[in-house]
Design a protein around this ligand. Sequence first.
Ligand SMILES: Nc1ncnc2c1ncn2[C@@H]1O[C@H](COP(=O)(O)OP(=O)(O)OP(=O)(O)O)[C@@H](O)[C@H]1O
Ligand SMILES: Nc1ccn([C@@H]2O[C@H](COP(=O)(O)O)[C@@H](O)[C@H]2O)c(=O)n1
Length: 230
Amino acid sequence: MENGAPTAKSVIVAIDGPSGTGKSSTSKAVAAQLGLSYLDTGAQYRAITWWMVSNGIDLEDPTAIAAVAGKPEIISGTDPAAPTITVDGIDVAGPIRTQEVTSKVSAVSAVPEVRSRITELQRSLASGAEYGMVVEGRDIGTTVLPDADLKIFLTASPEARAARRSGELKGADIHATREALIKRDAADSSRKTSPLAKAGDAVEVDTTELTLAQVIECVVTLVEEKRAGK
Ligand SMILES: Nc1ncnc2c1ncn2[C@@H]1O[C@H](COP(=O)(O)OP(=O)(O)OP(=O)(O)O)[C@@H](O)[C@H]1O
Ligand SMILES: Nc1ccn([C@@H]2O[C@H](COP(=O)(O)O)[C@@H](O)[C@H]2O)c(=O)n1
């Protein structure tokens, strides 16, 4: 307690789910609203994939990927109002969103040496967040932060997710977008090391029929209830 006023206890929130379910948009808004830090773990896997592509690593060869997994220096800025990501000092926020990186990231993120490297970074950032952090990804509740105070698993129908993504990628074919989402989820769910999965103690929120504002409100309420010890 400071100046007689109660201070909110630090809180760690894990938000997982398949692609396009609204993890990033929800996590950023919840973190901003509650004064927490924010970590986009997908951006970290995209960043290491970008580095591998830029350095001509054979992404069909998991041994080649594993051999260089420790080389790039990846730094994530965790302010939800302006999250950043650099690789060896280069701002890669734009390049990590290209179709090339998106189509290759699942192969890189399936390699155990890549996962242990990135998981270590994630745990270190979460433990250093003074007021707590909203961490979003695929394996946060199951593997990275199994002791998180609150775990959320977002879902939505493939049709809703494809429509959201096609709205972002102007002119993109909705059927091709749907197939690409399903393919990436299948790869992420079937890998051996920490696959995309709902933690047993996660709260599942189906966002198909909800607006983004409704999802944010739902998660903020869950965090507040958790903080109040309900
Ligand atoms: N409930 C919602 N209703 C409508 N649009 C939404 C909703 N939630 C998110 N969106 C929109 O869907 C798109 C994808 O959302 P977002 O990037 O947050 O998903 P994601 O789960 O983080 O995806 P990925 O894992 O692929 O990075 C964004 O354009 C976002 O504004
Ligand atoms: N905890 C995580 C987060 C992400 N990945 C991999 O990164 C890819 C990109 O994620 P986006 O959220 O930016 O779409 C994703 O498809 C996974 O391959 C992961 O493995 N674990």
